[in-house]
Every structure is written in C-alpha cells, then in structure tokens.
Design a protein around this ligand. Structure first.
Ligand code: NAD
Length: 478
C-alpha cells in the first residue's frame, strides 16, 4: 500500500514551565505534604521523569477537607451570578492558556497533541462555560424552588482524560455551591496542578478547590473522610465497588462513572465510509483509553468481509508515535502497568483461539507503545469480548438480525455506551430503545458535549455527569 510521507511537525514544549517538584494545593496555596513523600510523573512516550509530586497522607487530606469546610458557608451563600463569574473566569483562562494545557497534557499522558489541543482542553473550557451559565438559574433546573448544595465534594479521577475529568467534576460542583477536594490520578497529576494555578489566577476564594495528589491510598482517605458529604468517582469498576462498600451506611452521596465495553454496531445499510471512521474513532481515539470506547465491533454478516478489509486498510494509515507531532493519530500507552495489562488480556485472545491482526508500523524505541490491533473469530465467551482492555484493541463479531445484535451488545456486565450505524431511522430508534447503555450514538461515536448527560447502567456505574441531569449529583432538592 502507498503511504503518504509526512515531514515531522513537532509542537514546541517551550510553552510549558515545569517545576522540579509540586506540593499540594490546600486553602488556596501550594504546601509541602506533611508526609514528606513524593512520586514522579513520567512522560510515557520517552520514559523521562517530568516532575515530582506530593503524596497526600491522611493528615494532608484532613487539612484539605477542613479548608473546603471552612470555605463552604460563604461560597454556598454567594449569589449564583457571583459564583458564575468565577466559573466564566476559569473558562476564559483555560482558553487563554489552552496551548500550555494541551502540551502539558500530552507530555504527562502520552495522548496525541491534536487530541489534547482539539478535544480535551476545549471541552474542559466548555464545561466551565456551560456550568457558569447554570450557577444563577438553578431554581429553574427542575430540582425544586430552592435547591441547595450538598456540601464538600470528594472527587477522585482517572488518568485517561486528566483535565477533562477534572472539569466534569469541578465545574458542576462549584456551580451548585459545593466546595471540592480533588484527587488526580497518580500517573497524570500535572494539568490538575496547573489548574490550581488557574484557580489562584481567577481569584477563586481560598479553600473552594483543593487538590491533593497521591495514589490509591490518598483517594481512599478522601473517600473515607467524615467531613466529605458527596463522593464522585471515575475509574475502574473494581475500585468503584470498593468505594461503594466503604461508604455504605454513611450520610455520603455517591456517583460512580466506571468501566465499559461498548458495542459499535454496523448494519448492512450503513454509510460504510463514515462507519469506518466511526470505528477508528471509537477504538483508537486516545489509544483506546476511553471508558466508552467502541471496543466490540458488531458487523452484520453480509457486509463483514468488506468492512474488515476496508478497516484494515484504514488502520494501516494510522500514524503511531511521537504524541507531540501534530500528525500523530495514536500516541503512547499511559503507563508500563497499563501496557502490561493490555498485553496480558490481548494474549488471552490468541490463547483462546481468536485471530489477531495488527498494524505493521514502526514503534519508537523508548516509551510504552501498542500496535493498533483487531481480533477476528471472537466468540461471546472470549476474555477479549468480555473484559475492558482499555487499549487500542478491537474485538470483532458478526450478527444476522437486529435482535441478535441487541442480545450480543447487551451481553456484558457493563452498560456505558453503544454506537448504531444504519440509514434507517426506525431501526436506530429500535436499537436505542433496547440497548442497555447510558449513551447510544447514531451514525457517530465518541461525541461529547457539556449539555449532554453521560453515565452508565449496570456495572458501568450510576449518576450522570453533564447536562441538566448532571446537576442533580450536586444538589439537595427542597
Ligand atoms: P483506577 O480505579 O485504578 O483509579 C482511578 C482513580 O482512583 C485514581 O486516581 C486512583 O489513584 C484512585 N484510587 C485507586 N484505588 C482507590 C481506592 N481504593 N479508593 C479511592 N481511590 C482510589 O482506574 P484507572 O486505571 O486510573 O482508570 C481506568 C478506569 O477508569 C477504566 O476502567 C475506565 O473505564 C474508567 N473510566 C471511566 C470513566 C467514566 O466516565 N465512566 C471515565 C474514565 C475512566
């Protein structure tokens, strides 16, 4: 096959000023951790240590929660229009510093610069703009005449969309008058720490947002703290279950955004060129580190051969490599641990009899990489069809009728997302009605908008983020 040659188009990293080490952001200031313990954040594309960051101990988390509690009475009583001004200000600063955020996100996470630049950062700003608009209109949101904030929100987020997941959590919490203690993921804390600077720049009152870095134990301390009134968690189903168990019987409210194993369903009347792009976007966007990835491809039998061959052709044109290159489509796997997890589950596909096909591309010598891969001859019982791989690996199956497609798609403990590709409106409605998934995309995939609620069924979690529905997670109805 002929490939276009591209000249390198590297984004400059000079816009980012990294400190050697970062403290915790508590009560409006960066402070040293009481534990005096630090971890390193590594660029997964080069294995270079980018910076050291503090590990928050129980005592640090306690200081952060106390700061959030002190800030709560004044913040929650501010007129909504005043809270809205802070959110608008944060949104504007995110836009002004967009390039800096995009470069830092790509360095810390490994995702292609074109994604952090065109998706993560603009969507994060959009979440603040959207919720800024709600801050003075909460009485019209449908949650009673005088809805009140819940209190202090303890929020724990994963590494796949570090800034965006922060925005999904912090923007609605603040708009509704809550204060926040947020724990970023241990492999990607740097944009959250830059966001702390944005809070200072925006003049946000002290203690309204506190950011405590660290690993799982720090997250567990946030969840367990008696001064936290609401826990919002995004991450793996296993940790989500342990959090639900840990806070059962307490006064705390809980929302969980967990894993997924989304079915992307292509009917024989689908617009095939668009569907191919939707399949590519569904599983290779962000290296497949996407909770709502279309990681199970269901093809109607009559078109399966044609779609697979065109898909393989398209996959061969994906540019895998340096995430800082503006032409790169697939970047680095976020960590060595995640690479090992992907490798392990994918090799179970080989062992259980599925047929592997991978793109034959050169990979950089250093860093963590995985070739875009699909598996054919996959059955319902295969591990690669059941478990979330959270990497660039697609399991392909076929079906004959809409009923079979629905049964196969719903045959999963998860229920976060699905995609339907068909020219026929009535079929799309039939599928959307019967698919047990929080979001069903029609003739598109991975479309996100702050006005649109997002969340799961079954083991993908409960509660919604985004849209009017998402406000319910941060309000007490009166
Ligand atoms: P993870 O559950 O291991 O970690 C998520 C966060 O929880 C991290 O900040 C981690 O430090 C913290 N944590 C770990 N143990 C904890 C504990 N016992 N108590 C409190 N906090 C703890 O998940 P991950 O590997 O970081 O992320 C990948 C997972 O997240 C995938 O399963 C993916 O599907 C899911 N995810 C879901 C959504 C969604 O909206 N549904 C979005 C992004 C990611």
């Amino acid at each position: 096959m002929t490939h276009f040659e591209y000249a390198p188009a590297p984004e400059s990293r000079s816009v980012v000023e990294l400190k050697e080490s970062y403290g915790l952001f508590i009560d409006g200031e960066f402070v040293d951790p009481l534990s005096d313990s630090y971890l390193s954040s590594v660029n997964p594309a080069t294995e270079e240590v980018l910076a050291h960051f503090a590990v928050g101990s129980d005592a640090d988390v306690d200081a952060a929660v106390r700061a959030a509690r002190r800030a709560l009475p004044k913040w929650s009583k501010l007129p909504g229009s005043e809270r809205g001004k802070y959110l608008f200000r944060i949104a504007r600063i995110l836009q002004e510093r967009a390039r800096e955020f995009a470069v830092l996100e790509t360095l810390d996470n490994g995702k292609p610069i074109k994604e952090s630049r065109d998706v993560d950062v603009p969507l994060a700003a959009a979440h603040f703009f959207y919720h800024a608009g709600w801050a003075d209109k909460l009485e019209y949101a449908g949650y009673g005449k005088n809805p009140k904030p819940i209190g202090v929100a303890g929020q724990v987020i994963p590494w796949n969309f570090p800034l965006l997941m922060l925005a999904w959590k912090v923007a609605p919490a603040l708009a509704c008058g809550n204060t926040v203690v947020l724990k970023p993921a241990e492999t990607t804390p740097l944009t959250a720490l830059l966001f702390a600077e944005v809070c200072q720049q925006a003049g946000l009152p002290k203690g309204v947002v506190n950011i405590v870095t660290g690993a799982g134990a720090t997250g567990a301390a946030v969840v367990a703290h008696a001064g936290v009134d609401k826990v919002a968690f995004t991450g793996s189903t296993a940790v989500g279950k342990s959090i639900a168990a840990a806070i059962a019987g307490t006064h705390k409210r809980l929302t969980l955004e967990l894993g997924g194993k989304g079915a992307n369903i292509i009917f024989d009347d689908a617009p095939v060129d668009q569907a191919i792009e939707g399949i590519i976007n569904g599983i290779f966007f962000n290296q497949g580190h996407v909770c709502c990835a279309g990681s199970r491809l269901l093809l109607q039998e009559s078109i399966a051969e044609e779609v697979i061959s065109r898909l393989q052709h398209r996959m061969s044109t994906l540019r895998v490599g340096d995430p800082m290159d503006k032409n790169t489509d697939v970047g680095a796997i976020n960590s060595l641990a995640q690479l090992q997890r992907i490798t392990d589950i994918a090799s179970s596909g080989d062992a259980e009899g599925a047929r592997r096909w991978s793109v034959d591309c050169a990979l950089p010598e250093r860093g963590y990489w995985y070739r875009p891969t699909l598996f054919l001859d996959v059955t319902e019982s295969h591990r690669i069809a059941r478990e979330e791989i959270f990497g660039p690996v697609l399991a392909v199956q076929t079906f004959r009728t809409p009923t079979e497609a629905i049964e196969k798609a719903n045959n999963s403990p998860y229920g976060l997302s699905a995609g339907v590709w068909s020219d026929k409106g009535s079929r799309i409605h039939l599928m959307a009605e019967n698919l047990k998934a929080g979001v069903v995309w029609a003739n598109s995939f991975n479309k996100f908008d702050p006005t649109s609620p997002f969340g799961g069924y079954k083991e993908s979690g409960y509660g919604r983020e985004g849209g009017v529905a998402g406000l319910a997670s941060y309000l007490v109805q009166e």
